[in-house]
Write a protein that binds this ligand. Structure first.
Ligand code: SAM
Length: 353
């Protein structure tokens, strides 16, 4: 067997990139991961048995990075500088500085990586940081293929469009060179054939088994019998205040909204809520809106369900000391393995000579 690709995982969080690498079946070894967040590192260590290098990525030097002799770098830098909700300060935002520093450092390495994978929010592709990324890596001899893709295009009922930059240093090349140096809105050709499913599954396939049975009896009696149900019920006060702004989905829905790191702390624009009692849906026009919403048995998705929609494996677990809010925050920062797995598989595939 050939020796594994040596991989560095920057901004490793709870390990979405590492799971994606595993999902893609790549013969790759994460030789080091880096994250500044203690809690994220606890979760990472709990699942992979290795604690990422704790510290600011900004302090890494070309010499430090050369020592890893890594073939591939996977990076998911903070996205706040580029989000539509943020101030869009791009490279002027302090949270962008570690990524810009890494780009600078890469130019001073003796052995820069052969492959790069960058994930970020939609909006990154029009930022000045994006221009810097492209300038630096093209200067180092990389060819790029950029994508904006959502789990919805991979059969998962979850809208989370994200920007991805795949880059390979010559003489390496992509399987589908006609997409070189383009921004593409569909999965790469070979992934398309293998992974695209005709339609999305229903939300109910992603719910925890004890929450799957629906109906008024279940909501009124059954949920109370589930020990943790109460903590996921949407309080009436929130329904009254924010009902109009809530994104409500049903177990039969084929789509839900992106879960952000503020899910569970706020309800507006942070992710979908689940209606557990569907019959109310038919009557909802007859009663006033807030009252009809109260009839829906609204609850938050659980962290496990968000992890399922991010296509995390069943083996993924949070350590006991991570609070619910922290779990949602960490998941909201993470990524869709259903999207990143096939993209990594595409990145690591070499055309046959
Ligand atoms: C968008 S999240 C990436 C999450 C990750 N891909 C996952 O699957 O969970 C960005 C991560 O970068 C970390 N981070 C932000 N700035 C950093 C810095 N300067 N040095 C090290 N880590 C940093 C944050 O703690 C956060 O976990």
């Amino acid at each position: 067997m050939e020796s594994p690709w040596r991989v560095l995982e920057f901004y490793s969080g709870i390990g979405g990139m590492r799971y994606s690498l595993m999902e893609a079946g790549i013969n790759g070894e994460v030789v080091e991961a880096f994250d500044i967040n203690d809690r994220a590192n606890d979760v990472y260590e709990n699942n992979f048995g290795h604690r990422p290098c704790q510290g600011n990525i900004q302090t890494l030097t070309a010499n430090d990075l050369d020592k890893y002799r890594a073939h591939a770098w996977l990076l998911s830098p903070p996205c706040q500088p580029y989000t539509r909700q943020g101030l869009q300060k791009h490279s002027g935002d302090a949270r962008a500085s570690s990524f810009i520093k890494i780009l600078e450092v890469m130019q001073h390495m003796c052995q820069p990586p052969l492959m790069l994978f960058v994930e970020n929010v939609v909006g990154f592709e029009v930022s000045d940081t994006h221009n810097q990324l492209i300038d630096v890596i093209r200067g180092l001899g990389f060819v790029t293929q950029e994508f904006i893709l959502s789990p919805l295009q991979f059969g998962v009922p979850y809208s989370r469009p994200r920007y991805f930059c795949l880059a390979k240093r010559k003489p390496l090349s992509f399987l589908n060179p006609s997409d070189d140096n383009k921004l593409i809105l569909r999965p790469p050709f070979d992934v398309h054939n293998k992974m695209m499913q005709p339609s999305c599954k229903q939300i109910k396939s992603f719910l925890e088994p004890q929450h799957v049975d629906f109906g008024k009896d279940k909501v009124e009696g059954g949920l109370e019998s589930i020990h943790d149900a109460d903590q996921f019920t949407v309080p009436t006060s929130l329904i009254e205040r924010w009902g109009n702004a809530m994104d409500i989905v049903y177990p039969e829905s084929n789509r839900c909204c992106c879960f952000t790191k503020s899910y569970y702390r706020y309800v507006k624009g942070t992710g979908s809520l689940l209606a557990t009692y569907q019959n109310a849906k038919q009557n909802s026009e007859e009663i006033d809106k807030a009252n009809s919403l109260k009839e829906l048995g609204l609850r938050f998705f659980t962290p496990r369900e968000v992890a399922n929609l991010h296509s995390f494996p069943p083996t993924f677990k949070f350590p006991d000391h991570i609070t619910l809010k922290q779990q949602f925050a960490l998941l909201g920062n993470s990524l869709s393995i259903a999207v990143v797995g096939p993209l990594l598989q595409y990145l690591f595939s070499q055309p046959t000579q």
